[in-house]
Design a protein around this ligand. Structure first.
Ligand SMILES: O=P(O)(O)OC[C@H]1O[C@](O)(CO)[C@@H](O)[C@@H]1O
Length: 404
């Protein structure tokens, strides 16, 4: 548990909040996008449409046994919230349950026509296509750094700092908020973005990475698409540049939060890179494939990552696995919310007093897309409140927060 008393969770019924907007507008829109972007049967589409209509005013609907291995776990998670409105249950629960229900309705787990059909596949693949130009530019830089940094320790540090920033800003591209068809949010310049990093422990994180010779790094991955490519570039540099011996990627066991990455998305992304006509991309893909084949890059999934549980409720088996790491890199907004239990912490709370339950150091790379934050200075909060009224949710601000 955190060292401090735990405040109440965010809920959708907070009038005028982003949580309310999510439950009453964003989630219904996501359910309707699933109808529009797939060819499910009319029966499935009707149930999805009913779900979309119920969200703003209705009650949680039950989960039918769909043979998913997490079904009995979900029965337990649901128990305290039965007969409650979507707006009244903790927001993190509402969102994770909503995505699990979509799979229940679309027969994702049931043997048959729709088994393992990812309802968000179109968004994920479009996300890669849309950001191809940025991907090529990034891949080019990584290859350059790898060539030169063999000789120069200082350059290795510079490359790692830049790659951590790419991994951070890659998190702006989130298909649960901005559709892959609307715009390309992968264009950014890490230098001019520096003023938008509200807490910056990047240098300390790089010190930890470079001192963990022969060590293992664990990534709790977030979105597929451009963000995953940024993460894979960092992973490649860590392995090909000999910074660490092994990297574990922790991925979702089923589709969720629209763009969250699964093991199959890593394979799809690597193949996508390998089949471009760009030689730098092809080399990157070949190195990734080599790391996978040699066991230096391991892809792992676990149902904890799609559960509604707070990070401090992590099962012992997974915690013991993470304890073998030199550093855990935790990506994105939803994982950050899980770290803090999605609670109303004061924004100035010391993050180390909350995340006191992990066995090894962790660094969170997150752009702000929800009204949850800690570790901020009062003067920073005051300035932001005056200059950007939607700073907590517009994805334009980021944090790199280390707890060591
Ligand atoms: O992909 P990320 O960074 O976890 O962001 C997804 C999160 O952002 C939101 O879209 C806004 O908080 C949530 O619905 C979700 O928690």
């Amino acid at each position: 548990m955190p060292k401090l008393p735990v405040p109440p969770p965010l809920v959708g019924s907070e009038i005028g909040s982003f949580t309310e907007f999510t439950v009453t507008e964003r989630m219904p829109a996501i359910a309707r996008r699933v109808i529009a972007e797939n060819n499910f049967s009319s029966e499935i589409n009707t149930t999805l449409e009913n779900l979309a209509t119920e969200l703003p005013i209705g009650y949680l609907r039950p989960l039918f046994n769909d043979t998913g291995v997490d079904i009995s776990a979900w029965e337990k998670y649901l128990e305290p919230y039965k007969n409650q409105r979507w707006l009244d249950v903790p927001w993190f629960f509402a969102e994770t349950y909503f995505y699990r229900l979509i799979l229940n309705i679309t027969n994702y787990f049931r043997p048959g026509e729709w088994q393992e059909i990812d309802p968000f596949n179109l968004q994920k693949s479009q996300g890669l296509e849309t950001s191809l130009n940025s991907i090529i530019l990034l891949g080019d830089r990584v290859n350059n750094w790898l060539d030169k940094s063999q000789l120069d320790e200082k350059l290795k540090q510079t490359a790692l700092i830049a790659l951590l920033y790419f991994s951070l800003w890659g998190n702006r591209v989130d298909l649960s908020l901005w559709s892959a068809f609307d715009n390309d949010r992968s264009r950014f310049d890490i230098e001019s973005q520096l003023a938008h990093v509200l807490v910056d422990d990047t240098h300390k994180a790089v010190e930890l990475l470079t001192s963990s010779q022969e060590g293992r790094i664990d990534f709790v991955v977030d979105n597929a698409g451009f963000e995953l490519v940024c993460d894979l570039c960092l992973v490649d540099f860590l392995l090909s540049g000999g910074v660490v011996e092994q990297v574990y990627l922790h991925l979702k066991p089923h589709p969720t939060f629209v763009s969250d990455a699964m093991i199959k998305d890593v394979h799809y992304t690597t193949k996508f890179l390998a089949t471009t006509s760009n030689q730098q991309m092809i080399s990157l893909a070949q190195r990734l494939q080599k790391h996978l084949a040699s066991g230096r890059l391991i892809l792992a999934d676990n149902y904890f990552w799609t559960s509604p549980l707070a990070f401090w409720e992590i099962p012992n088996s997974l915690k013991n696995e993470l304890a073998k790491s030199s550093l855990i890199i935790i990506k994105g907004d939803a994982n950050y919310r899980r770290l803090l239990g999605d609670r109303h912490w004061d924004f100035t709370t010391n993050i180390a007093d909350i995340v006191s339950y992990l066995p090894v150091p962790m660094v969170a790379l997150r752009t702000l897309k929800s009204e949850v934050a800690v570790g901020l200075k009062p003067e920073v909060i005051e300035k932001l409140a005056k200059s950007d009224s939607s700073w907590l949710t517009n994805g334009q601000w980021g944090v790199v927060q280390l707890v060591a």
